[in-house]
Design a protein around this ligand. Structure first.
Ligand code: COA
Length: 175
């Protein structure tokens, strides 16, 4: 029997490419509130890096978030971050929860599942203009690290980036 509120993080395969591509459209549309993104002539934003998640499997990780078995969002993570020089640092590249599942703890649980499935040094970058996401990451990362994460700011357009850095240890993330 499926718990109707159970959140799971499922590694995506190339068979999920169309699903992720569709979810990325919803995600980018949400982010167009914050960033100056241009819609293509075909009515899609597009995400040219998606195929790299199947061809660079040792450095790119794609996940589908499910709630009670239904698609509730997705996560893309990479080894190597635009915010730091160390090529082995893990980075949350994209993170999305569908609107109908928001503010019910799905994002929090998906983030904790992500960090428990990929332990290591992490960065999370969030635009200061994305106020909801700044509040979300500040809270979840503070909970995870008991306030031990470091925070820095990087220049960005149209708003600066806030960058969180922290480490997750195998078996130490309580989901
Ligand atoms: C940011 C996002 C992932 C949060 O997902 P979520 O499932 O709603 O988050 P949760 O329900 O787990 O929230 C946990 C806590 O984070 C904080 N939080 C989350 N969204 C917030 C918002 N919009 N405003 C203020 N605080 C927020 C709250 O403290 C919340 O706890 P509460 O609901 O008990 O107050 C989701 O809103 C989203 O996908 N946004 C669009 C894409 C995006 O901006 N992604 C992040 C890119 S860096």
């Amino acid at each position: 029997m499926t718990d109707s509120h159970a959140v799971s993080l499922e590694a995506a395969t190339s068979a999920d490419a169309q699903l992720l591509s569709n979810l990325l459209e919803l995600y980018i549309h949400d982010l167009s509130d914050v960033f100056d993104v241009e819609l293509g002539a075909d009515g899609r934003f597009g995400y040219p890096r998606l195929p790299l998640y199947w061809s660079e499997r040792e450095r790119r990780f794609a996940f589908i978030v499910r709630c009670g078995g239904r698609v509730a969002g997705f996560v893309l993570a990479t080894r190597g971050s635009p915010a730091v020089e160390d090529p082995d640092v893990l980075d949350v590249a994209e993170f999305f929860v569908l609107r109908r599942y928001r503010r019910s703890g799905v994002g929090r649980r998906a983030a904790l599942l992500l960090w428990s499935s990929l332990p290591g040094r992490w960065t999370v970058r969030v635009s200061e203009g994305n106020r909801g996401a700044v509040a979300f990451w500040s809270g979840v990362i503070a909970e995870l690290t008991s306030g031990a994460a470091t925070e820095s700011r990087r220049p960005g357009q149209p708003n600066a980036w806030r960058v969180f850095s922290f480490e997750t240890v195998p078996g130490r993330v309580t989901v």
